[in-house]
Design a protein around this ligand. Structure first.
Ligand code: ADP
Ligand code: MG
Length: 481
């Protein structure tokens, strides 16, 4: 659960630089630079390397850009140093030097500026959210399940969480309007938006009630079309423009729907001009939402843009712990670890799996064990296995070492080819359920002992050479992502 100290921690980091406009300006520049880089180097490279960057700080005409490991620093410096410098110069001519160095973003506020969208999951059809209708009536109708207190905070979502808290405390505060939350399906965007609404409606501690309208973009479009049909668009506009906070969920639904976008844009501008708060969510960053009109995209990106990253093992464990405690059900640690390892997609799936286990345990009046878990969730787990294919591994490894795809199967034994091939075999053993002979066949019909040797050799090298270990580990992470 988000304890008060968590909240304070994250909030301090957002405002640590005084929430000053200089900081906000720099942050905005950094966000734009990231958007530029993304189109300059392509989505895949950006996601693999540059999204790990964070802003270290500015000193005179020098800006520091940080990467978490030596390997990543070198990689970015060697491959993208010029691009990065050019992007900075284009954005801020006062910057003359870009220092690319090792460092972790201690300031959560900066994480977001290194934000890139998560890969959208295959079933990311725009889903309809009935959880909340546009409402001006405080209390009652809002769902008490979606509050800040029930939102589990971890590294991947702490910045988005802090921004949402901030907006709930002080709607329309400078630098946070509009608040644009984005991330893959089921990572908590709707939860955070409803938490803002809940907070504003329930806990505004004596201040005059704030009117909040929340609706999905789909609903927005539906309402707009209905208003057009009944010639009551004026009423619709009036209604929207009378609120203090307007939240539109799943904005990607409006891509390509020009007249609705147009209407949203006008409402949006009118509200911002009147000092009202806008909160928007989408599955991609403003710069990546293709099919959005440019001026709308620009306006959306000029407040605060916060990314909900894919969950980590730690976050999944905390969420399971919190949900199990909530349901007052005993779930053994081993089961939680198993679930957190296996169900890595999004929180909704994780929740679904846990609910199924709990339901099953209650129905049959049995304790939850690892065995029952594997049994009850068999279909789900099967779908999650076999994620990475040998093809993908080979492709990624070739890309990384800049060798040809055919080198994976060729008999050539030159070190600069043989080593990457061994890395690919090692990863194939690690990440797929293929047997050694099967793996051997996919690498130019090699013998299973060759694969065995490769696996052992890479393991050895990784132990001896931490930079190499980091490199292989990074490849693994990229494949697993
Ligand atoms: P999105 O809108 O991003 O698709 P939702 O907000 O609908 O995702 O989240 C999916 C489900 O997962 C919801 O039931 C939500 O309460 C839950 N959830 C997501 N993130 C968290 C979190 N950090 N802590 C607790 N529950 C979460
Ligand atoms: Mg949602």
């Amino acid at each position: 659960m988000a304890s008060d100290s968590d909240v304070l921690e994250s909030e301090r980091s957002v405002t640590s630089k005084g929430g000053s406009s200089a900081h906000a300006e720099l942050a905005a520049q950094w966000a734009r630079i990231n958007a530029r880089l993304q189109s300059a180097v392509g989505e895949v490279n950006y996601r693999a390397w540059m999204r790990h960057m964070s802003l270290g700080g500015v000193d005179g005409d020098e800006v520091a850009v940080q990467l978490p490991t030596a390997f990543m620093r070198d990689w970015v410096r060697d491959h993208y140093g010029d691009t990065l410098r050019a992007a900075w110069r284009a954005e801020n001519p006062a910057i003359r030097h870009v220092d690319i160095r090792i460092g972790h973003s201690t300031d959560a506020a900066e994480e977001v500026f290194a934000a890139a969208p998560e890969p959208t999951s295959p079933n990311s059809v725009p889903h309809h959210d009935d959880r909340a209708e546009p409402r001006h009536d405080p209390l009652g109708a809002l769902d008490a399940r979606y509050t800040f207190a029930s939102f589990v905070v971890g590294k991947p979502n702490e910045f988005a969480y802090a921004c949402a808290r901030r907006v709930a405390e002080q709607p329309a505060c400078k630098g946070f309007n509009p608040l644009f939350l984005y991330g893959g399906v089921g990572l908590g965007k709707t939860h955070l938006m409803l938490a803002i609404a809940w907070e504003l409606n329930c806990h505004n501690g004596g201040t005059p009630a704030v009117s909040v309208a929340y609706m999905s973009a789909e609903k927005f479009m539906y309402r707009f079309i209905a208003a057009l049909r009944s010639q009551s668009t004026m009423d619709f506009k009036e209604e929207l423009r009378s609120v203090d906070v307007l939240m539109i969920d799943d904005l990607q639904f409006l891509t390509g729907k020009e007249s609705t976008q147009e209407e949203f844009f006008h409402t949006f501008n009118a509200l911002v001009e009147a000092g009202k708060q806008i909160v928007v969510s989408a599955d991609k960053s403003p710069s990546d939402l293709s099919g959005l009109e440019d001026r709308l995209r620009t306006r959306l990106g000029c407040g605060m843009v916060a990314d909900l990253h894919a969950t980590t093992f730690e976050l999944r464990m905390s969420i399971l712990g919190a949900k199990a405690a909530d349901a007052r059900v005993e779930v053994p640690d081993r089961v939680m670890e198993f679930l957190a390892h296996k169900i890595t997609g999004n929180v909704r799936e994780l929740e679904g799996a846990l609910n199924r286990l709990i339901g099953h345990a209650e129905l049959f009046d049995q304790p939850i064990t690892l065995e029952t878990t594997q049994d009850v969730l068999r279909d789900l787990l099967k779908a999650h296995d076999r994620r990475v294919t040998i093809d993908e591994i080979q492709r990624r490894v070739c890309e990384h070492y800049k060798i040809r795809a055919t080198d994976m199967a060729s008999p050539r034994r030159a070190r600069n080819i043989a080593r990457p091939r061994q890395v690919a075999m090692y990863l194939a053993k690690l990440l797929t359920s293929r047997s050694l002979p099967e793996i051997g066949r996919r690498f130019g019909n090699r013998d299973h002992t060759t694969v065995m040797h490769a696996v052992a050799r890479i393991g050895e090298l990784m132990e001896r050479d931490p930079v190499f270990a980091e490199e292989v580990d990074l490849l693994r992470q990229m494949l697993e992502a």
